[in-house]
Design a protein around this ligand. Structure first.
Ligand code: TMP
Length: 398
C-alpha cells in the first residue's frame, strides 16, 4: 500500500487479523458486529508506521464512548506537561490555547488557570456536551481547515494548538496539521502528543494496535508530516503515559531546534536500521500464546479471572488471543457510559469498580498503563485477595 504521509510504498509489519472497532461496546453479548482488518505497515522512506485499512472518523467518533478517566497517573502527567510548556516558554498567561480531541476537557481544566483562554474541539456529541457542562468551552466539530478558519475569525489566532492522542486517530492527519497551521500565530506553537512507535515495538505493545490508532509516530515521520505543512520541529520530550508517549513541539517559523530533537533522531536512526520490525510479529504471538495458556490453566483449576479496564487495547488483546466471556465473565471499568454494556468481540460484561464483595482470584490488567494506580486502588478498597495478570511485554502475575 502507499504511505499516507509521503506516498511511498509500504511493507507489512504485523497482521492481527479481523477485529471489531475497539470502542464499539454492545447492548447484548449476542449482538452482531462487523469486523475489520488490523494490519500495520511501515514506510522505509519517511519511517511512517500506519494501519493499512482505516475506518472513517465520522463512524468512529460521533458516538464515542471513551471518556478520559479521572486518574492520578493522568493528573500527574498533565502537571508535567503544563510545567514543560510554561518553563520552556511555549505558553504564558496571555495564551489562547486550542485543543482538538479534547474529550471531556480534563487537560484544559488543568491548563485553564494558567492562560488567557482555552477552547476544546471534539466531534463526540455526548462528550463535548459534558465538557461544556463542566465549564470548558468546546465546539462539537472535527478539527478541520473550515473550523480553524471560523475559530480564528471569531477569537483570533491561537498561541498554542495542542493535539494529544488524536493526530494518530484520524485517517487524514494532513487536514488537521493544515488546520493547525492556519490557526496558529507565527509566534505560536503546535504541540502533538502520541504513543511513541519505539515504545510500542520495543515493549511488544501489540495491543496498542486498534482501528483508532491509524498512525504510530516517530520523530522521523512526525517531522516529515510537519514539514509538508510549513512547521519546524523544535523540541521533543518523552513521557511514560499510555505505554510511552512522545511530545513534539513545532513552530511555524524556522528556529534552532533544542538538542532533544537530534538526540532522538539519532536514536531512531539506529532503531530503523535494525531488524526490529522483523521480530515484532513473532514476539507478539509469543506474548499472546503465553497469556492464553496462563488464563486457561488458571480457569481450568477453578480460579476466576476478570479484566480490569474496558480499554480499546484490551479489546485488541482479547480478540487476538481469542479469549471470550467463557474464559472471563466480567470486565471492571470506572466509566459509567460503558457499564452494563458488553465488550465487542469477546462479549464480556462491563461492571463498575467494586471492591467489597466477590472479588475474582485474578484481574487481567487490560488497563496496564494505569497498573500502579489500579493495584493501589484495589488494595485501598480492602481487596487483598485478587492478584494481577500483566499481559505486556510478557505475561506475568504481580
Ligand atoms: P485508556 O487506557 O484508553 O485511557 O483507557 C482506560 C480505561 O480504564 C477507561 O475505560 C477507564 C478505565 N479505568 C478504570 O476503570 N479504573 C481506573 O482506575 C483507571 C485509571 C481507568
Amino acid at each position: 500500500m502507499a504511505c499516507r504521509i509521503c506516498g511511498a510504498e509500504t511493507r507489512e509489519v504485523i497482521d492481527l487479523g479481523l477485529s471489531p472497532p475497539a470502542n464499539a461496546l454492545k447492548r447484548s453479548p449476542d449482538d452482531g458486529e462487523q469486523t475489520f482488518p488490523l494490519v500495520v505497515e511501515w514506510c522505509s522512506k519517511c519511517h511512517n508506521v500506519q494501519l493499512r485499512d482505516t475506518m472513517s472518523a465520522e463512524e468512529l467518533y460521533r458516538d464515542y464512548l471513551y471518556v478520559t478517566p479521572q486518574s492520578e497517573t493522568l493528573a500527574a502527567h498533565y502537571d508535567y506537561l503544563l510545567g514543560f510548556l510554561r518553563q520552556k516558554g511555549y505558553i504564558d498567561s496571555s495564551a489562547f490555547v486550542v485543543e482538538p480531541g479534547s474529550n471531556v476537557g480534563l487537560f484544559l481544566r488543568h491548563m485553564q488557570p494558567h492562560v488567557r483562554q482555552v477552547l476544546g474541539v471534539d466531534p463526540a456529541r455526548a462528550i463535548s456536551q459534558m465538557a461544556n457542562d463542566a465549564g470548558i468551552p468546546t465546539l462539537t466539530e472535527f478539527f478541520s481547515p473550515p473550523v480553524a478558519k471560523q475559530v480564528k475569525a471569531e477569537q483570533g489566532p491561537a498561541d498554542l494548538v495542542i493535539a494529544r492522542h488524536c493526530l494518530a486517530h484520524n485517517p487524514s492527519p494532513h487536514e488537521m496539521v493544515e488546520a493547525a497551521r492556519s490557526l496558529i500565530a507565527d509566534s505560536g506553537y503546535f504541540v502533538i502528543e502520541n504513543a511513541y512507535v519505539l515504545n510500542t515495538v520495543e515493549n511488544v505493545e501489540f495491543d496498542q494496535i486498534y482501528h483508532e490508532h491509524m498512525f504510530y509516530y516517530s520523530i522521523h515521520s512526525m517531522s516529515a508530516l510537519l514539514q509538508m505543512h510549513g512547521f519546524h520541529l523544535v523540541d521533543v520530550t518523552m513521557s511514560l503515559v499510555h505505554g510511552g508517549s512522545a511530545v513534539f513541539v513545532a513552530s511555524p517559523v524556522s528556529k534552532t531546534p533544542q538538542p532533544s530533537v537530534e538526540k532522538y533522531f539519532a536514536r531512531e536512526r539506529l532503531f530503523f536500521n535494525s531488524s526490529v520490525f522483523d521480530g515484532f510479529a513473532e514476539r507478539s504471538k509469543e506474548a499472546r500464546d503465553a497469556l492464553v495458556a496462563l488464563v486457561r490453566a488458571l480457569t481450568s483449576e477453578g480460579a476466576s479471572v476478570h479484566c480490569y479496564g474496558a480499554t480499546a487495547k484490551g479489546n485488541t488483546l482479547l480478540s487476538f488471543a481469542g479469549l471470550t466471556r467463557s474464559d472471563i465473565p466480567y470486565c471492571v471499568d470506572s466509566t459509567p457510559m460503558k457499564q452494563g454494556l458488553f465488550l465487542p468481540g469477546s462479549g464480556i460484561k462491563v461492571i463498575p469498580e467494586r471492591y467489597e464483595f466477590d472479588p475474582p482470584d485474578y484481574y487481567l490488567l487490560t488497563a496496564w498503563n494505569y497498573m500502579d494506580e489500579i493495584v493501589r486502588k484495589v488494595r485501598m478498597g480492602g481487596n487483598y485477595q485478587s492478584q494481577f495478570i500483566v499481559p505486556i511485554p510478557f505475561v506475568r502475575i504481580v
